[in-house]
Design a binder for this molecule. Structure first.
Ligand code: NAD
Length: 343
């Protein structure tokens, strides 16, 4: 495609606003506009960033009264884009699926939607090629995306027999004041596997023996996972370390002075000008334990940011801007400053 791909973002919340900004930074895409349903502070921030606002039909006056110029309705936005990134709340995206289909626009859904909302469950390292030219793909959840990157890194140097994991999930995002303050640790669900294991299978295939427990914890900063791999055959620790180091969107903390908590990693990212958003999985090097045919490790996932580059790659795949995942990842990561920032 010689012109830039035109992108609309429906749902300008935690994920939508980050995806819109990330798309605006890409050399081969442009943001036509974003959908807001209410004239909130997030709508004002969208205006301040130069995004055109589209609203549900009949809500124009509510926005105009709040001093927010409206560019059109949701239908108008959909009629003028090649791709819609749907980042509406979990389950709401499915209600828009037929609208996108009728309008002939490609749709990128998020992990809160059921698997069958799309033809492909997407992760750039695993299913980019399956997503080429598709009408609808679903970028899997933040936790699943984190696991998939680490599984990819291990699978480059070993044959994985099974994965067992504990996922400590943040209780709420920073802005979700209605969910907090929160206290306690909640096993959700009590009976494994949590949906994350099923979502990993949706991407890599049913052959993988994977069970995950998920625990909701009173924190807003990040998730922390501990995974244990059983392998077919042995592997050396340095091979795992080297594979983690060279896998896209994975950062290995291997300095003696590395931060040991999610809070410090977030603070370090801010110190280094990352606005607090960490697109990479951050693996603690010292946590990597290898013995015989077993590997264990721990890492952090910044839930608000990790799926953002995946959405950008999903746009490239469905529009066939490039058929090469490596090229898409390279372009996305360059535009977002991914990798190489951790001292
Ligand atoms: P959010 O609540 O922060 O944002 C959703 C936005 O959609 C809000 O601005 C809301 O006003 C708007 N909206 C509500 N109803 C709408 C409608 N009918 N039409 C258009 N817009 C509507 O939610 P989020 O956290 O950004 O989650 C979006 C999706 O991303 C979900 O599927 C979620 O599971 C997934 N996801 C979330 C995270 C996370 O950590 N927050 C991480 C990965 C994936």
């Amino acid at each position: 495609m010689s012109r830039k791909v035109r992108v609309g973002v429906n749902g300008y919340g935690t994920i939508g606003k980050r995806v819109a900004w990330a798309v605006s930074l890409q050399p081969d895409m442009e943001v036509v506009g974003v959908v807001k349903t209410k004239p909130t502070w997030e709508a004002l921030s969208a205006v301040a960033k130069g995004f055109k606002i589209y609203v549900p039909e009949g809500k124009e006056k509510m926005f105009e009264d709040a001093g927010i110029k409206v560019a059109g309705t949701i239908d108008d936005l959909i009629a003028s884009v090649d791709v819609v990134v749907d980042a509406t709340p979990a389950g709401v995206g499915a209600s828009y699926a037929s609208l996108y289909r009728r309008a002939g626009v490609k749709a990128i859904f998020q992990g809160g939607e059921a698997r069958d909302v799309a033809e492909v469950s997407f992760n750039a390292l695993h299913t980019y090629r399956e997503a080429l030219g598709r009408d609808a793909v679903r970028v899997v959840s933040c936790n699943t995306t984190g696991m998939l990157r680490v599984i990819y890194a291990v699978s480059r140097v070993a044959r994985i027999r099974s994965v067992r994991g504990v996922i400590v999930r943040r209780g709420a995002d920073l802005k979700e004041v209605k969910k907090g303050p929160i206290e306690g640790l909640l096993l959700k669900p009590v009976k494994p596997p949590s949906h994350h294991a099923l979502d990993v299978k949706a991407v890599v295939g049913d052959w993988l023996d994977i069970i995950t427990y998920a625990v909701v914890a009173p924190t807003t900063l990040a998730h922390l996972h501990i995974l244990n791999f059983r392998l077919d055959g042995g592997v050396r620790r340095d091979e795992i370390i080297e594979s983690l180091r060279s896998t896209p969107r994975v950062i290995l903390l291997d300095s003696a002075y590395a931060p040991t908590s999610t809070a410090e990693v977030r603070e370090l990212a801010r110190d280094l000008g990352r606005c607090g958003d960490i697109y990479e999985v951050v693996v603690w090097g010292d946590s990597v334990w290898v013995e015989g045919e077993e590997v264990s490790l721990a890492y952090m996932v910044h839930q608000e940011a990790i799926v953002v580059p995946e959405n950008v790659d999903a746009i490239r795949a469905v529009t066939r801007l490039t058929d090469d995942p490596v090229e898409s990842i390279r372009l996305t990561d360059k535009a977002l400053g991914i990798g190489g920032w951790m001292p």
